[in-house]
Design a binder for this molecule. Structure first.
Ligand code: HSE
Length: 414
């Protein structure tokens, strides 16, 4: 019999309890023995049939030699990190859904797991119920990963879907997402891209074997995307999605990694991922593109990934399974200002003549887009292959001529 403890009885924690109870026979058949929850740590009191399992004292778990797996589903870095660290040092494996913990402390906790011959697993930290960590680590292991790109946040994808298909303004769509319980407690984690950033950091670290930290990754959210931008994107057969990507730049031996709203072609496999769903495209040098799709959030999808990790560890019996990356203290991520990209740009002007000529003088050849009811003083266009720093300098030149950039969104090719 495998005995586990669950730290946190929120949405995911209560889902873990529910799945282990509901699917106990199926799980027992799979593992070959029973998995039972011996303790649940939470500072709150709950009126549930299993109230006798609760404790407010972590030592009750740490000092219990019968507990071999600790499930951390509290969220946040502290005290989650301290609890996970202590559990590994007590030779207990740790399973977490906590992307902030894995994105910032992953290398340390993986090393600690190795030293203590136990495991640190985090399938649920990216893509909720979508299998992605284990497939990348195992099934795609023969590939060199050229690139990973994903729609990694359900809330922002829901908002953008409403903007694209129902012309719903951003604020209204956000309120709806909050009402439906998709958004994080602090919606800026979703809409400013931080949640996606943590997830792409985890995938980048896993794909390239080195710790990629959230503060190294340029992150832009969707709060500046307007219905006008959505309309112009449609005019060039694109949709706007919040994309987190990482790419190995072989010639520079460095990573290009960022989170940003982007125009992507409607033909892209990521373009059809809508509502609260997530999709992750992994470009292997042997497989080419493999896309993972499903529910990236929610109680039971996320908890099912947590329980799957518990099952995997239960079958391994105190062996460390080599899922790893190292923190070599080097920033492997290239300065985003040096990266080249294609851009969609929208400008407004109070100048009266030669606007297109002035735009061409600054940016060279551009492709103009049009939309219904386009105001006379608004221009939108696509620019090819320009470096971010160069773009900033040129935007200042336009501004000096009373042509102000009101939107600037990357065009990505997936
Ligand atoms: N708020 C997150 C999302 C939850 O919308 O995707 C899962 O990380």
């Amino acid at each position: 019999m495998i005995k586990i403890a669950v730290l946190g009885h929120g949405v995911v924690g209560s889902g873990v309890v529910e799945i282990i109870e509901k699917n106990k026979q199926h799980i027992e058949k799979n593992v070959g023995e029973k998995i039972i929850i011996k303790r649940i740590l939470d500072l709150r009191d709950f009126d549930v049939p299993y109230a006798n399992l609760f404790t407010k004292d972590y030592d009750d778990i740490l000092n219990d030699d019968e507990i071999s797996i600790v499930v951390e589903v509290m969220g946040g870095v502290h005290p989650a990190y301290d609890f996970a660290k202590a559990a590994l040092e007590h030779q207990k494996s740790v399973v977490t859904s906590n992307k902030e913990l894995v994105a910032t402390k992953g290398a340390q906790l993986l090393q600690l797991a190795k030293e203590n011959h136990v495991n640190f697993y985090f399938e649920a930290s990216v893509g909720g119920g979508i299998p992605i960590i284990r497939p990348m680590n195992n099934c795609l292991a023969a590939n060199r990963i050229k690139e990973v790109a994903g729609i990694l946040n359900g809330t922002t994808n829901f908002i953008l879907t409403k903007m694209i298909h129902e012309q719903m303004p951003f604020d209204e769509a956000l309120k709806m997402a909050q009402h439906l319980g998709y958004a994080e407690r602090d919606p800026s984690a979703d809409i400013d891209g931080h949640d996606s950033c943590r997830k792409i950091c985890i995938l980048a670290s896993l794909a390239y074997g080195v710790q990629v930290n959230p503060e190294q990754v340029y992150t832009e959210g969707i709060s500046k995307v307007t219905l006008e931008d959505v309309e112009y994107a449609n005019a060039c057969d694109c949709v706007i999605k919040l994309i987190g990507y990482v790419k190995w730049l072989e010639e520079d031996n460095t990573l290009s990694c960022m989170v940003c709203p982007a125009l992507i072609s409607k033909q892209s496999q990521l373009a059809g991922i809508e509502d609260v769903f997530n999709g992750i495209l992994v470009r292997g040098d042997m497989t080419d593109d493999v896309v993972f799709y499903g529910k990236g959030a929610g109680k039971l999808p996320t908890a099912s990934a947590v329980v799957a990790d518990v099952i995997d560890i239960a079958k391994r019996d105190k062996t460390n399974h080599s899922l790893t990356w190292v923190d070599d203290k080097i920033n492997h991520v290239m300065d985003y200002r040096k990266l080249n990209a294609d851009y969609y740009v929208r400008v407004c002007t109070d100048a009266i003549s030669d606007i297109k000529e002035q735009i061409s003088q600054v940016f060279g050849e551009v492709t103009y887009l049009t939309r219904n009811h386009q105001p006379e003083n608004e221009y939108a266009f696509l620019i090819k292959n320009i470096c971010e720093q160069d773009f900033t300098d040129k935007a200042q030149k336009l501004s000096a001529q009373h042509i102000e950039i009101t939107s600037k969104i990357r065009v990505l090719n997936y």
